[in-house]
Design a protein around this ligand. Structure first.
Ligand SMILES: [Zn+2]
Ligand SMILES: [Zn+2]
Length: 127
């Protein structure tokens, strides 16, 4: 996967563009993610410096979800879009927000001990 990806929230107020390299898609099965997303949370891991908003940066609300990280969602439609370390170089983008996900693969699953009973854990390394 070496192409520029674009994505947006459901209502279209927030739009972005992100360039490689990507670490790949990592699915988080923790209970926090399930509460926020209604399901497990597949995140594309990218570098903050390769990410930019093309529309609606001010339409994102950032929420302190833990001591070290925050999550961003659209103020209008509520789409859960981002998770980022407050100090680290990475941004984690909800894979479902990305326009064209062909060619993306789930490489890893984390927090599988908290996985929901109603779904199957996707292929990929498990921790
Ligand atoms: Zn929206
Ligand atoms: Zn999680």
């Amino acid at each position: 996967m070496d192409k520029t990806l674009t994505g947006r929230c459901m209502c279209g107020a927030v739009q972005y563009e992100v360039n490689p390299p990507f670490t790949g898609v990592i699915s988080c099965h923790c209970k926090d993610c399930q509460r926020l997303h209604g399901n497990y949370n597949p995140l594309l891991i990218a570098e903050k410096e390769n990410f930019k908003f093309t529309k609606g940066e001010d339409d994102v609300e950032w929420y302190n979800s833990s001591e070290s990280s925050e999550r961003g969602f659209c103020k209008t439609c509520g789409s859960q879009m981002f998770k980022r370390d407050k100090t680290g170089p990475k941004i984690k983008i909800s894979a479902g927000n990305i326009d064209d996900t062909s060619g993306l693969q789930n490489v890893k699953n984390v927090w599988t001990k908290e996985a929901g009973g109603f779904y199957t854990i996707p292929p990929g390394e498990q921790t």
